[in-house]
Design a protein around this ligand. Structure first.
Ligand code: NAP
Length: 306
């Protein structure tokens, strides 16, 4: 039987660090590190994510704000906004909440952000620095995954790591981070042959696909460290009962919200894994904590502070 690897303890530690550093920097410079999230449109999940980030900033003594633009915002109008944020000395971190409406070209938009304010770590310059293993701002979720792995005390160097998912925000940067930490990394995706067999060779398995409970026992090497990044809303009570039995919290979710959040990994895998992160309350809290840390990092980078 494996151990549930909860995100709260390491996330709390990162948050404490950010809080005390923010205080120290405020005393030393008189300035407060600030994050601005840009939200285009009214996607309900995105709205809730940016509010969470804003509140997290305020709780740690950082300035957090949201610029909410209409869904029909043009490329030119968004460019003007981002240019203004790039030039605003009070803004240390700029985050464009994804996904963007279809008329906005995501890669182009991300490329407008000043790299030293790119707290999501997905500007081409940030990703280049990551590949070069040079200091820079790193994507938050992959950094959170690394923090969770470190939390277990398990070795990374020389271990086989398999990542399912190759997105720019999770899979690919995580592969670079783990490679920089001397793991032997395999990235899998929808065209991978023998996905289960490949995954089952992993000492460290990370699922970042967005397919509820896809990763079952046959994907997992006994004792493996399994990190579940995926989140899917599942509303079918029968599926929920199969995965979680009579868990009252899941029943409450279904009653209150009509769905419950399920990871990419079937939770019953805990019988075979060494560690498994729960969904929710696994990777999620670390992603937010790392965003706060990146805001602090961006503040220091731009002011050339140690
Ligand atoms: P994404 O851009 O949709 O990428 C999904 C990846 O999974 C793709 O590379 C895709 O392969 C692969 N994939 C999908 N179905 C597959 C299959 N049947 N077999 C093998 N590979 C498959 O997603 P993302 O942005 O990386 O997010 C992934 C999940 O993580 C989502 O559920 C998201 O909500 C969650 N997430 C959580 C956090 C957090 O903080 N907890 C943060 C970020 C993301 P192809 O490239 O071949 O299409």
């Amino acid at each position: 039987m494996g151990v549930w690897l909860e995100g709260k303890p390491p996330a709390d530690r990162v948050r404490e660090f950010v809080k005390s550093e923010a205080r120290r920097l405020r005393e030393a410079t008189g300035a407060v590190p600030g994050l601005t999230a840009v939200l285009v449109g009214d996607n309900k999940s995105s709205l809730s994510y940016v509010r969470t980030k804003e509140k997290a900033c305020q709780a740690l003594g950082l300035n957090g704000s949201v610029i909410h633009l209409p869904a029909e915002t043009t490329m030119d109008a968004l460019h003007d906004r981002i240019r203004a944020l790039n030039d605003d000395d009070a803004v240390d971190g700029i985050l464009v909440q994804l996904p963007l409406p279809p008329q906005l070209r995501t890669n182009e938009v991300i490329g407008w952000i000043r790299p030293d304010k790119d707290v999501d770590g997905i500007h081409p310059a940030s990703l280049g620095l990551l590949l070069q293993n040079q200091p820079g701002l790193r994507p938050c979720t992959p950094m959170g995954v690394l923090e969770l792995i470190r939390e277990t005390g398990a070795a990374i160097e020389g271990r086989d790591a398999v990542i399912i998912g190759r997105s720019l925000i999770v899979g690919k940067p995580l592969a670079a981070l783990l490679t920089n930490a001397n793991a032997t990394v395999t990235i899998c995706h929808s065209k991978t042959r023998d996905l289960a067999g490949t995954a089952a060779r992993a000492d460290i398995l990370v699922a970042a696909m967005g397919k509820a409970a896809f990763v079952t026992r046959e994907f997992v090497k006994p004792g493996a460290l399994v990190i579940d990044v995926g989140t899917s809303a599942v509303s079918d009570p029968e599926t929920v009962r199969t995965l979680f039995g009579d868990d009252p919290l899941r029943a409450k979710d279904l009653a209150d919200k009509g769905y419950t959040l399920v990871g990419d990994v079937d939770p019953r895998v805990i019988d075979k894994a060494g560690w498994l992160t729960p969904v929710p309350k696994g990777v999620g809290p670390l992603t937010i904590a790392m965003l706060m840390k990146n805001t602090l990092e961006a503040f220091k980078l731009r002011r050339k502070l140690g």
